[in-house]
Design a binder for this molecule. Structure first.
Ligand code: TRP
Length: 443
């Protein structure tokens, strides 16, 4: 057997895991989901979920991966026996579903980078930008072609393995993304009329909390933290045994939350300033941000930088969605990495075609009342990820608790006074919370 690939440093691992977590989920999805759920109250519910269930599950996945040094299927099988391998298979399947719509939105990001550079978005007129967006995503050819390009780039990186490629890219790009975000936030909150947007995110209105708020906050938390399908597990499996996992996991969760919060501060004030509705759905970021750039000095530069960095954020996340699936075929079936990457990336792209066409040619094609895109988004975020998270919590909390704490503490070398609380969350709170939300989602 060839030696397994590994991270070069703890900083590299943290940046790669943060690169996985920080993606379209933070900058594209979070603002529009918060926008459709009334803003502030949603954000508070979201933060509570992230810091309780979210952090606990990130650590649970990482510790399982590090202990087993294997892909999700192999890891659950090695630590829990045959039956638990099913959780790994669920994760591999979920990876296909998520990546299929992820490449579509990432393709839009790539297209918008091109549009910014060619001046096609040079207007502050919201109606014109809405039309540009709807017109573009509704076409059958171009968005699919951009998704294909993005899939190729993702495959190219995964092909190179964990090693220095992903790690080095993340170490450079994550700080850069952060700096640009801060600059753009400063511009957005000083736009005329931005106060209404700030109030919308910051002043809580609990009358807006419904069971739908809870469902959406939970699924957003899972998606944003990359938990529920074995991504953090797989990244953890490339770690050596001596790094401090609890503090690494905490940093990843805090970075993800920070970037999500900055994205809210960037997008929603801009939405209100441009007189648009925060409930506009998936087009929100693509329609409002160009209007912000068009008003800034050197707006082309900032616009291009923003879409380039959003694209890279998407790429570092897409890579982390593909990697568990690839690791599964390579570890368990001895397939060549090259072949596996080519076939899995191709399959995700093909599954992405109907997702892309949902905005045009297939907009009338409905599954359970949703377009294909909305259906796969719902399937992954509201069902598959919570199910994966639930089973992972039960596994670590009930089946593998002692070794989990021992391993998390680096074979007893770290003092973890809060470990019993962690287990309580995994044993009771997370399963009950996820089940309650799932039941209310079905009703
Ligand atoms: N967290 C990423 C984002 O916010 C998406 C992502 C990467 C993901 N890996 C994942 C989501 C694993 C769920 C599971 O864009």
């Amino acid at each position: 057997m060839v030696a397994r690939d590994a991270w070069g440093s703890r900083f590299g691992f943290v940046m790669a895991a943060a690169g996985s977590a920080v993606g379209l989920g933070n900058v594209w999805r979070f603002p529009y989901v918060a926008g459709s759920n009334g803003g502030s109250a949603f954000v508070l519910v979201y933060l509570a979920i992230v810091l309780s269930f979210g952090l606990s599950l990130v650590l649970a996945e990482m510790v399982v991966g590090r202990a087993a040094q294997r892909n999700p299927v192999g890891a659950f099988r090695a630590l829990g026996g045959r039956g638990w391998a099913g959780v790994g298979y669920l994760g591999v399947f979920t990876g296909f579903v998520i990546l299929s719509f992820y490449v579509v939105v990432a393709g839009w990001t790539l297209a918008y980078l091109v549009f910014t550079l060619t001046g096609r978005l040079d207007t502050t007129d919201a109606a014109a930008l809405t039309e540009t967006f709807n017109g573009f995503v509704g076409r059958s050819g171009a968005p699919v072609a951009y998704a294909a390009l993005f899939s190729l780039a993702t495959a190219g990186i995964v092909l190179g393995g964990i090693g220095r490629g992903i790690e080095r890219a993340n170490k450079l790009l994550m700080p850069a993304l952060f700096v640009i975000l801060v600059l753009l936030v400063i511009r957005a909150v000083t736009l005329p009329g931005a106060e209404a947007g700030l109030a919308f995110i910051l002043v809580p209105d609990f009358s807006k909390v419904t069971s739908q708020t809870l469902v959406d906050a939970l699924s957003q938390a899972f998606f944003s933290l990359s938990i529920g399908m074995g991504t953090m597990l797989t990244y953890g499996s490339y770690l050596s045994r001596d790094i401090n996992l609890p503090s690494s996991g905490l940093i990843v969760v805090l970075l993800d939350t920070l970037v999500g919060s900055l994205a809210l501060l960037l997008v929603l004030p801009a939405v209100f300033s441009a007189g648009l509705s925060p409930g506009a759905g998936p087009g929100l970021t693509f329609i409002t941000l160009p209007a912000v750039f068009a008003q800034m000095p050197a707006g082309h530069l900032f616009g291009a930088l923003f879409f380039a960095l959003l694209l890279i954020a998407a790429l570092t996340s897409a890579v982390s969605i593909l990697e568990p699936t690839v690791a599964y075929f390579v570890d368990e079936h001895g397939s060549s990495r090259r072949r596996t990457v080519a076939l899995t990336a191709l399959a995700c792209f093909v599954l992405g075609i109907p997702a892309s066409l949902s905005f045009g040619a297939l907009s009338d094609f409905k599954i359970f009342g949703r377009t294909w895109f909305d259906f796969v988004d719902f399937l992954a975020n509201s069902l598959l990820l919570p199910a994966g998270g639930l089973l992972t919590a039960i596994f670590v909390g009930w089946v593998w608790a002692k070794p989990a704490v021992f391993n998390l503490a680096n074979q007893g070398r770290l003092r973890l006074p809060w470990a019993p609380l962690w287990l309580v969350v995994l044993r009771f709170l997370a399963p009950l919370g996820i089940l309650a939300v799932a039941v209310s989602a079905v009703i």
